[in-house]
Design a protein around this ligand. Structure first.
Ligand code: FAD
Length: 280
């Protein structure tokens, strides 16, 4: 029999983590419970974050927005602050898993899973998200790109918890674009995904570009080189073709059961051609 603990406060949680350092933590459980059932994780006790209210919800702090780590994908999709300021995150959440997965799964779970295919990650990278990590009597805020170290690997140490994600509001971008290519239309893990934030002038010139690809490397890949190839240029097929060729060399995909590396490389470039839709 496995023990399951349901702390209601962070203080209760710190105490539990101290007493049961071997326990596995879960929020929605859509990754952890599947892995437990498959025998990929062995844990004699589980600690569930679901009842800790401090870890849930979206808080508007003016220039910044705080998302509690245990906020579900469904709650984020319904949140008016996220809808207004971070449409690119809404686009990604809308294609994450299925309604039951979105009802249970959380943003913190998606981030800590640190899968290169995690759908919230490319949007969070282009938004320059920061994460808040806490432990008994300490806290740290660091860029998401420094928190995620590799596939399934983060900088979280023993007894540490991801408590939330910080996003800075920005009026700089008027194109918010996320696209995921999977093996089928629904309930598909990304074979390649692209998050793009662009500031496009009335004449169609790209003044700023931020691009991040999922599933084409050990972590999400951003490329300053590809961004620079777009900045200062009017959107055209030639400009996008050139950027697509650069993107294909910037990514480092592998072969796996879902797709070959060469296919992923081609798609990573081709996804940029979709930005033609935003030509003036
Ligand atoms: C059928 C199915 C389809 C799916 N489709 C997709 C998809 O399309 N796109 C996608 O991105 N993902 C998908 N997933 C994966 C999963 O649903 C998501 O990654 C989800 O966001 C995980 O959130 P969770 O709260 O359920 O994580 P959990 O399973 O609760 O936890 C995942 C990991 O994060 C850790 N963790 C969770 N919260 C914290 C915290 N606050 N601090 C420290 N550690 C924490 C846990 O210990 C565990 O290691 C799918 C899963 C299933 C079962």
């Amino acid at each position: 029999m496995r023990e399951v603990f349901l702390p209601r406060t962070l203080d209760e949680l710190w105490d539990l983590l101290h007493r049961r350092p071997e326990a596995a933590i879960y929020a929605g459980g859509t990754d952890v419970l599947v892995k437990l059932r498959a025998g990929l994780i062995v844990a004699s006790s589980l600690i569930c974050l679901e009842r800790i209210e401090d870890l849930k919800g979206v808080r508007d702090h003016g220039d910044e927005v705080y998302i509690g780590a245990a906020t579900t994908h469904r709650a984020l999709l319904a949140d008016s602050v996220i809808q207004k300021h971070f449409p690119i995150l809404i686009q990604a959440l809308g294609v994450l898993g299925s309604p039951p997965v979105r009802n249970m799964g959380t943003i913190g779970g998606n981030v800590v899973t640190a899968s290169p295919a995690g759908d919230t990650l490319p949007p969070l990278y282009v938004l320059d998200a920061e994460v808040e990590v806490r432990w008994g009597d300490g806290a740290q805020r660091l860029p998401l790109s420094r928190f995620i170290l590799g596939p399934g690997k983060t900088s979280l140490g023993p007894g540490q918890l991801l408590t939330g994600v910080w996003l800075r509001k920005s009026a700089d971008y008027n194109v918010h674009h996320f696209e995921k290519v999977g093996q089928r239309k629904a309930l598909a893990i990304a074979v390649v995904s692209l998050a793009a934030l662009l500031q496009v002038s009335d004449s169609g010139r790209i003044d700023q570009a931020r691009l991040a690809w999922g599933s084409v490397g050990p972590t999400v890949i951003r490329s300053v080189e590809v961004e620079s190839a777009l900045e200062g240029r009017v959107i055209s097929r030639d400009v996008l073709d050139h950027a697509a060729a650069l993107a294909q060399t910037a990514v480092s995909p592998i072969d796996d059961i879902r797709a070959g590396g060469a296919y992923r490389r081609t798609v990573a470039g081709n996804l940029l051609l979709r930005l033609m839709n935003y030509a003036g």
